[in-house]
Design a protein around this ligand. Structure first.
Ligand code: PTJ
Length: 254
C-alpha cells in the first residue's frame, strides 16, 4: 500500500508540509532507498525542526553563506549522498552539483548492493550524469571501518571539501582528520557531526540545498579573497551555540 502522499493529504492540514515529507521518506523506505534507521533519523530531525519553527534562521543563513564560499573555494568539491538525502532532495542535489561542478558520490552507513543500486537510480533519474560510489575497488579513508571508509578515487578520496548531509559523527571526524573540509547539514546542533564539521548548517536539508545553490550562484562572481574573508569570519562552534539558543528560546517566541 502506498503511503499518504501530497494527493491525499489535505493541503489545508496544519502539518501538510511535514506530512508530505513523511510520506516521501516512507515511500523511499518501501522502495529500498532509505534505511529503516533513516525513518528514525528523520523523526529526530522533525523534533529539532519543530523547535526552529520549521524555517531557516538568520544563524543558518550565515552558515549557508559560509558553506557556499567554502565549496566555491574548493578545487575538488564532492557531495556525499546517503539514503535520506536521496529520498528528500535528489533533484536539488543534482542542481547544486551542476552549480559547483562537483562530483556526486554515494556513501551509505547501512550499505547493501541493493540500496546502492536504488540510490544510484534515484540520482540518475534526477538528472545526474555521473554517480560515484559503486566502484569495485575503491580507496579507503583511514580511521574508519569498511564499508563507510569507501572513497571513490575521483570523488571523496581526492576531494578537498566534502558536503556530507546527515552524516554519522565517525565519518565526519575521519574526513576532517584526513585533511578535508567538511560541510554538513544537521538539525541537531549537539551531534558529533555538527561539532566536528568545518561548517555546520543547522536547518532542514529540504530548505538548505536549494538555498545553498542560490547562494553559490550569488557568490560566484566574487574574488577569492572576498570568499576567504567569509570563511575566516565564521565560527562554527559559535554558530552551533546560537542555533541551540534559538531552539531553547522557541517556547517564548511567537
Ligand atoms: O542511508 P544510510 O545507510 O547512510 O543511513 C543514514 C542515516 C541517517 C540512517 C545514518 O547516517 C544515521 O543513523 O544518522 P543519525 O546518526 O541518526 O544522524 C542523523 C542526523 O540527521 C540527526 O542528528 C537528525 O537530527 C538529522 N536530520 C534528520 N533529518 C534531517 C536532519 N538534518 C537535516 N535535515 C533533515 N531533513
Amino acid at each position: 500500500m502506498k503511503s499518504k502522499d501530497s494527493h491525499d493529504i489535505p493541503p489545508d492540514h496544519p502539518r501538510y508540509e511535514s506530512l508530505k515529507l513523511r510520506a516521501k521518506v516512507v515511500d523511499a523506505y518501501k522502495a529500498g532507498i532509505l534505511a529503516d534507521s533513516g525513518l528514525i533519523a528523520h523523526g529526530r530531525g522533525e523534533a529539532f525542526d519543530y523547535l526552529l519553527g520549521e524555517k531557516t534562521s538568520t544563524v543558518a543563513k550565515k552558515a549557508i553563506e559560509t558553506a557556499a564560499a567554502t565549496l566555491l573555494l574548493a578545487e575538488h568539491p564532492v557531495i556525499s549522498v546517503n539514503g535520506n538525502t536521496a529520498a528528500l532532495v535528489s533533484e536539488e542535489i543534482v542542481d547544486l552539483a551542476g552549480a559547483l561542478d562537483a562530483k556526486i558520490e554515494i556513501n551509505l552507513f547501512y550499505r547493501t548492493p541493493e540500496r546502492v543500486r536504488a540510490v544510484k537510480k534515484v540520482l540518475r533519474d534526477a538528472g545526474a550524469l555521473e554517480v560515484l560510489g559503486s566502484e569495485e575497488n575503491p580507496e579507503h579513508i583511514k580511521g574508519l571501518d569498511s564499508p563507510r571508509s569507501r572513497a571513490s578515487r575521483e570523488g571523496v578520496y581526492k576531494a578537498d571539501v566534502v558536503l556530507v548531509p546527515l552524516e554519522d559523527g565517525d565519518r565526519a571526524e575521519a574526513l576532517v582528520s584526513n585533511g578535508k573540509k567538511v560541510v554538513t547539514v544537521d538539525l541537531n546542533p549537539l551531534s558529533r557531526t555538527a561539532k566536528t564539521a568545518t561548517v555546520t548548517i543547522v536547518d532542514n536539508l529540504v530548505r538548505v540545498i536549494p538555498s545553498l545553490t542560490r547562494e553559490v550562484e550569488r557568490l560566484r562572481g566574487m574574488d577569492k579573497s572576498a570568499l576567504q574573508d567569509i570563511t575566516r569570519n565564521f565560527d562554527n562552534q559559535q554558530n552551533l551555540k546560537d542555533s541551540l539558543k534559538l531552539m531553547i528560546g522557541s517556547y517564548s517566541r511567537k
